[in-house]
Design a protein around this ligand. Structure first.
Ligand code: FES
Ligand SMILES: [Fe+2]
Length: 482
């Protein structure tokens, strides 16, 4: 076998070759070997609640109709959005139809893709074989309230592909979440550069410095098979507390401290906290001012839970601190999905896709999902902005959007040889690049890769890494100026 163009062992925990971000050949390889063969999150099930409701999912040059075909939970089809007559795209965006009508010459198709009408069929004589005039189905699956698609007929079953993430998030009931808001924008960076800004918490201490008053930000990160897991070493939920990076300070009235924390999340992130959760913090004022912090926290949890139950929204059963610790704070689902789920009833979910015309641009979707009481889901609309600054993204996203294009541009500098990822806090990023390169060589090589990427014991941490970066230049394969 010939040497792969991008060998897996070029990626180390502390080093990522720049080809992955800058080389058009690498992007072309992804277009050939990744996107046509990997499971992808196509849409939220609630976007296709009614029979005949559809969403067009686009990935590079592929356009796929995801449509509800019946009332059963699994009655969802995914088909190429192309007319078998002359290749016209049948539908765009989202919509609700009884059947699909090609706008060019009027061929018609049922919701299941079966051809209903070829206009003037006798003209073809016996040329058109049965099935040739139907829409072509692709693999489809459902998990977590999402529809997932795969263009590869021989792909691994979805539930296997999602492990070990799916098991570690099994109690969260993501399928009961609904959209609070949904925004899409285009970011001036490769899809991986953009995604990786949301795959680590190492940047919080500088980029989101305002959070340190309420966030013990030192994070931990692992590869979990193909996927990535991020959390905080001591946390079974939110890493709430004053960061050790700041001067120590007496907190005083812990109720007020929590109130300010909740306010910051509400204004700066507008996600990972329901309105009920925010109200639950206000209710803590009913406690005496000198209530010890542990008791305030316990009461807060109790208030959130009680409010969820009383409202009718409900709360998942069986969640324990041990489960939360295993489940972590944040997952990166291979290849292009990231979600943050420590608040259980409000989850921030991202999807990153390469722009079809420019591999140094990302189409980035942000979904804020919540567990609403019946009838309380607000009307939502899918907002699409040409540039991040055109959307009213809250402060934390704005801070990230400033960095991302600067990283993409900076990596092109002749003074930069490779990305030097933090082997502890950015470990999931290195794992992702190894798994990506592996997938590009053989999409099934990681199918049985379930094992957790175990961290070396503290005394030996990263002692095995080559302290020199002599091979960095060799690894970098930076393409010349374009
Ligand atoms: S291209 Fe669709 S009917 Fe002609
Ligand atoms: Fe960030």
């Amino acid at each position: 076998m010939t040497e792969p163009a991008y060998p897996v062992d070029e990626v180390r925990d502390d080093l990522i070759p720049l080809a992955d971000y800058l080389d058009p050949e690498f992007a072309a390889l992804e277009a050939r070997n990744l996107w046509p063969k990997v499971w992808q999150q196509a849409c939220r099930l609630e976007e296709i609640e009614e029979i005949g409701q559809f969403v067009v999912y686009e990935i590079l040059t592929e356009s796929i109709i995801v449509v509800r075909t019946g009332e059963g939970e699994a009655d969802v089809a995914a088909m190429h959005n192309v007319c078998p007559h002359r290749g016209t795209l049948l539908v765009e965006g989202t919509g609700h139809v009884r059947e699909f009508l090609c706008p060019f010459h009027g061929w018609r198709f049922g919701l299941d893709g079966a051809n209903i009408e070829v206009v003037d069929p006798a003209d073809w004589g016996k040329c058109l074989k049965p099935g040739e005039t139907d829409l072509k189905h692709i693999q489809v699956g459902m998990w977590g309230g999402w529809v997932w698609i795969n263009l590869d007929p021989d792909c691994q079953p979805l539930m296997e592909f999602l492990e070990p993430m799916a098991s570690r998030c099994a109690l969260h009931e993501f399928d009961k979440l609904r959209l609070a808001w949904y925004k899409t924008t285009t970011v001036e960076a490769n899809w991986k550069t953009t995604m990786e800004a949301f795959m680590e918490f190492y940047h919080v201490q500088t980029t989101h410095r305002q959070m340190l008053t309420y966030t013990r930000d030192y994070s931990t990160s692992r590869g979990m098979g193909r996927h990535g897991w991020m959390s905080y070493e001591f946390a079974t939920g939110l890493p709430l507390g004053r960061s050790e990076r700041l001067d120590p300070q007496e907190v005083g009235d812990f109720r007020e401290y929590l109130y300010e924390y909740g306010k910051q999340f509400k204004h700066d992130l507008a996600s990972m906290q329901t309105e009920r959760g925010y109200q639950a913090i206000q209710k803590l004022r009913e406690l005496p001012a000198d209530t010890p912090p542990e008791d305030v926290l316990a009461k807060w949890g109790e208030n959130i839970y009680t409010a969820a139950i009383e409202s009718g929204a409900g709360w998942p059963e069986g969640i324990t601190p041990e489960y939360m610790a295993e489940s972590g704070f944040d997952w990166a689902v291979f290849p292009n999905t990231v979600f943050l789920h420590p608040a259980v009833e409000s989850v921030l979910w991202y999807r990153f896709r390469p722009h079809p015309d420019d591999f140094e641009k990302t189409i980035m979707d942000t979904y804020s999902l919540e567990r609403f009481a019946p009838g309380e889901q607000p009307a939502w609309e899918h907002q699409v902005f040409a540039r991040p600054e055109d959307g009213d993204y809250p402060l934390i996203y704005q801070q990230d959007f400033v960095n991302i294009p600067r990283v993409q541009k900076g990596m092109r500098s002749s003074g930069f040889a490779a990305a030097r990822t933090n082997p502890m806090q950015e470990r999931a990023i290195a794992n992702f690049h190894r798994r990506l390169r592996e997938f590009l060589i053989d999409p099934h090589a990681g199918d049985n890769l379930m094992a957790e990427d175990r961290l070396p014991p503290p005394g030996e941490r990263n002692g095995d890494l080559d302290p020199t970066i002599d091979r960095v230049v060799e690894f970098s394969r930076k393409p010349g100026p374009q």
